[in-house]
Each structure stands twice: as structure tokens, then as C-alpha cells.
Design a protein. Structure first.
Length: 255
């Protein structure tokens, strides 16, 4: 199996641009017959997976009965993501981290509210509350998307998409809101025996970006702070500060 080291993974694999192609050495991506999303096994321990498609790239880490998921994708596919990570061995003790507030990373929170503790930067929480129009538009778009899907993918996604669409009129911010804010520049989260470090590295993409570093597995998830093959996007309305944007990649490299 091809493997990615921390620096390559940080720079190329989990720069959460769903449209960006992975480099040749990382193309172990696959979609198993029973998973909706493309999956890239990371490392050689069999317990970390990049999950690609329908929003920002997600990372799943498993450790026994505990699992940690970074980013939840577009809302109509949140339940599909939850189903897929169970197939990939996700345990009952599940933690979710949102790297920032954008809808393609947080709308899937809806499917995880009863299944996981959801963690995000403190500034992300009010911005997630303000995302409701975005979350509703995702449902309308996904219903139109269903007819364009291959039959096998449609079979796995249609029920979840339609269930999301049926909730559009009743959605409230509380249905998506993280419970646990990240308040300090550096905090720690456990996934079983595996420790992950959460960093607030400045306003590089939004004012609520988190970088997640796992020393044991030599992995970094950068959210949308790093993109593969395209220029980074700075969301001025989301609180980005260009002065921070310059320093954030350097700070990540120094982890």
C-alpha cells in the first residue's frame, strides 16, 4: 500500500477541496461496493481514512471502540457519511471536529447530533447558526442531484437525501450547532489511546479555522487552509485576515 507522510498528507491529501485531485502516489482511493464515498486508506495501521466527495474532505481515525471524524460534508449526505464510517469500523464512542463553519464541512452535523460530541472553534458556533439558508439550499440541490447518480450510489444516498429535504421547513440552528467550543490556542482531544492536538492558528481562511494534528499517526488535517493545486480562498465575510493568511502555512509546517 502507498502511504503518505505527515507533510505530504498535510499539503496534498486533506486540503479540503473536494474538486482537487490527489497526486499520483496517493491514488489508492477507492469506493468499495458498500461505501458511497471514495476512501483513501492513510498509513499502514489500517485505522485512518480520508473520505472524499460531497463537500470538504473528511478524515476518520479509529481506535478500538472510539473514533474521531473531522468534517461532516454537505448536509444531505451527512447520514450517508455516518453509514459509511460505520462500515469502515467507526466505534460507538464518536467525536466530530469541524475545521471551520462553512456549510460543506458542517451541514452534515445534523446526522451526528445524536451520535457524537461535536467540537468547533468558538467563533464557528455563531457562524454555523447563520448558515441556515445555505443548509436549506443544499437539500434542494441534492434532490435534483439524485437523478444524475449512478444506480448503486443512488441506492445508498436517496433515502438520506429525501429525509434531509423533508426537514427543510423545520430546521433550526440548534440541529447543527457544535456542543463543545475550542477556546484556547492549543487543546487536546482523545480518540481512545490516540491523542490529537487542536490548534487555532489565526484567520487564514475564516476567523474560526482549526488545524488538527495527530503525532502518533503523523497526520495533519488543515481544513480549507491549504488547497491542492489551486490558490487558497480567503473568506472576508467569514473573518479572514490576509495578514494571518501569510503566516498560517508556516505555522503548520512547524508542527
Amino acid at each position: 500500500m502507498n502511504t503518505l507522510d505527515r507533510r505530504d498528507f498535510m499539503t496534498l491529501a486533506l486540503a479540503a477541496s473536494a474538486a482537487a485531485a490527489l497526486p499520483a502516489f496517493a491514488r489508492t482511493r477507492r469506493r468499495a461496493a458498500d461505501t458511497y464515498f471514495d476512501v483513501v486508506p492513510i498509513g499502514d495501521k489500517g485505522n485512518a481514512f480520508a473520505i472524499l466527495g460531497e463537500g470538504g474532505n473528511s478524515l476518520l481515525i479509529n481506535d478500538g471502540k472510539s473514533s474521531l471524524l473531522i468534517d461532516c460534508k454537505n448536509g444531505p449526505f451527512g447520514q450517508v457519511l455516518l453509514d459509511d464510517i460505520r462500515k469502515l469500523g467507526a466505534g460507538d464512542n464518536l467525536t466530530v471536529i469541524n475545521t471551520h463553519h462553512h456549510g460543506d464541512h458542517t451541514a452534515g452535523n445534523l446526522a451526528f447530533k445524536d451520535a457524537a460530541e461535536i467540537i468547533a472553534h468558538e467563533n464557528a458556533i455563531p457562524r454555523i447558526d447563520a448558515n441556515m439558508d445555505w443548509y436549506r439550499s443544499m437539500g434542494e440541490q441534492a434532490v435534483r442531484q439524485i437523478d444524475q447518480m449512478p444506480d448503486d450510489k443512488r441506492a445508498m444516498a436517496e433515502a438520506a437525501v429525501m429525509a434531509y429535504a423533508e426537514k427543510l421547513g423545520d430546521m433550526t440552528p440548534a440541529m447543527f450547532a457544535p456542543e463543545t467550543p475550542v477556546l484556547e490556542p492549543q487543546e487536546f482531544v482523545a480518540c481512545g489511546s490516540i491523542e490529537l492536538e487542536l490548534y487555532r492558528m489565526g484567520k487564514g481562511h475564516t476567523d474560526n479555522d482549526l488545524v488538527i494534528y495527530c503525532r502518533e499517526l503523523n497526520l495533519v488535517h488543515t481544513g480549507d487552509l491549504v488547497f491542492n493545486g489551486v490558490n487558497p480562498y480567503m473568506d472576508a465575510d467569514g473573518g479572514c485576515d490576509p495578514r494571518h493568511r501569510v503566516n498560517v502555512p508556516r505555522n503548520i509546517q512547524h508542527l
